[in-house]
Design a protein around this ligand. Sequence first.
Ligand code: PLP
Ligand code: COI
Length: 341
Amino acid sequence: MAKKDIKWGELGFGYVKTDYRFVANFKDGKWDEGELITDENIVINECAGVLQYAQTCFEGLKAYTTEDGKIVCFRPDLNAQRMAESCERLKMPVFPVDKFVEAVEKVVAANKDFVPPYGSGATLYLRPYMFGSNAVIGVKPATEYQFRIFATPVGPYFKGGVKPLTLRISDLDRAAPMGTGHIKAGLNYAMSLYNIVDAHEQGFDENMYVDSATRTYIEETGGANIILVTKDKKVVTPKSNTILPSITRRSLMVVAKDYLGLEVEERPVKVSELGNFAECGLCGTAAVISPVGKVVDHGKEICFPAGMTEMGPVTKKLYDTLTGIQMGRLESPEGWIKVIE
Ligand code: PLP
Ligand code: COI
């Protein structure tokens, strides 16, 4: 078998059909064994819970080719755990953590010719997801579900690679105080679509959401958490229970402290103090670390001193260290890297 004939360096963040996907079915109160299949299409009832009441959640993680040619995944157990939390909140059956990790391994191994080569700038993105598949017309949870994982090779999430982004402070909300902002429910993304299209039309790359209760604190963007760096190089990230607990952000806080010897702090961050920070970045599986150059708060421009041309120096160190761990150039903390045999 040989690598697929794909121009890896030209990939954006899009869907490319790969050879195999994993599917398991939940019926009569239990999951079946699950299997790899080749058909990328799904046939479900017109009244399926996912189609009528959006009963679905998902995850995102990546497989990488390391410097020495291995194929690895980054902390898949944390995706499994977070998906379990999403399922509990949406009254869906949990797919067991160990089975989730095994299924990830199977999908990556079966599609290894789609894992972009080391140094290509691309990775294999994995999308685990689950949905209510049987007919439900009253508002209630489905009784049958599918858990699936597909893979697609991807390049950078934001066009233009590492060019710093311009965000706007959003007037629309993504998460309510006791809502679903902390889980990865499809509904959180459906309701952000109007706002992302509007942001793009107004010339912004993304929306920076604020807490919907007081509109005082920054939260996250539609698809990534936020990290900030103070002028004396402390790494700060917003603390909120209405944002998604990003695996990238949690890993970066460890990297900042243990690899770079920086002070780290997770605390509520006011919109009004944004201008005090030296650097800002978005972090997530898809976003990796994407630098932010400017945030526009209703006409008032907050420009980070690191500028609009390149990543700030601390952001760059965080990026280099995290991707160094993922690509096998640096030793990883215990349990972060899962080698696919
Ligand atoms: N926040 C939101 C809303 C996201 O969709 C994502 C992407 O998964 C993240 C944050 C980043 O999370 P992670 O680092 O686990 O990919
Ligand atoms: C990810 O980073 O994996 C996500 O799910 C974010 C999404 C906006 C692509």
